[in-house]
Design a protein around this ligand. Structure first.
Ligand SMILES: Cc1cc2nc3c(=O)[nH]c(=O)nc-3n(C[C@H](O)[C@H](O)[C@H](O)COP(=O)(O)O)c2cc1C
Length: 159
């Protein structure tokens, strides 16, 4: 079983958005190979309209170019990326997403695909706590098994 197959088997019912792309990072890639139902709800689209697209379709005016460049560099270097984005749903509403993206490697070290765990966060009003996660709060709390497992694995860092 590849890492991708394992994720697909576990991702179905979790409340965290999970999306897997191919390893092609230059446009028109990366291409979405799989997204779970929670990802469809996060981005406001049917899964049939998501698979085959590049994740850039969520970007808009307030999506920071600087953050995208950092993301692009991390993908090119085969490193993990953790950050916060402003993205848009097809009806024009914007939302903040926390993204934790990692390469999935074959046994020989080659990158086979990328997986991102994504969830909606709200910017906290008032003075931020020290680190970036102190500036955001979750829009919903999930307690399903995979969410607990991802927390144990350090995905999103601060649960
Ligand atoms: C698995 C995966 C998930 C991604 N999810 C998002 C996302 O939710 N929102 C977003 O704006 N970009 C997302 N991206 C980033 C874009 O696909 C792209 O890599 C980014 O815009 C930087 O590359 P560019 O400078 O070529 O546009 C994702 C990338 C990968 C590999």
């Amino acid at each position: 079983m590849t890492a991708f197959e394992l994720i697909r088997a576990l991702a179905h019912d979790t409340a965290i958005g999970i999306v897997v792309t191919d390893p092609v990072i230059e446009p028109p890639g990366p291409t979405i190979l799989y997204a779970n139902a929670a990802f469809g709800r996060l981005v406001g689209r049917e899964l049939d309209d998501i698979v085959g697209q590049s994740p850039r379709f969520m970007q808009g005016r307030e999506t920071r170019r600087e953050t995208l460049d950092t993301f692009h560099r991390a993908l090119a270097a085969g490193e993990r990326f953790h950050g916060y984005f402003t993205n848009y749903r097809p009806n024009g509403t914007k939302y903040r997403a926390e993204i934790d993206c990692r390469p999935l490697r074959a046994a020989d070290g080659r990158i086979e695909s990328f997986v991102a765990f994504e969830r909606e966060v709200l910017r906290r009003l008032g003075r931020p706590a020290g680190n970036a996660s102190g500036r955001y709060e979750l829009t919903s709390v999930s307690n399903d098994t995979l969410t607990g497992g991802l927390r144990a694995l350090g995905v999103f860092e601060h649960s």
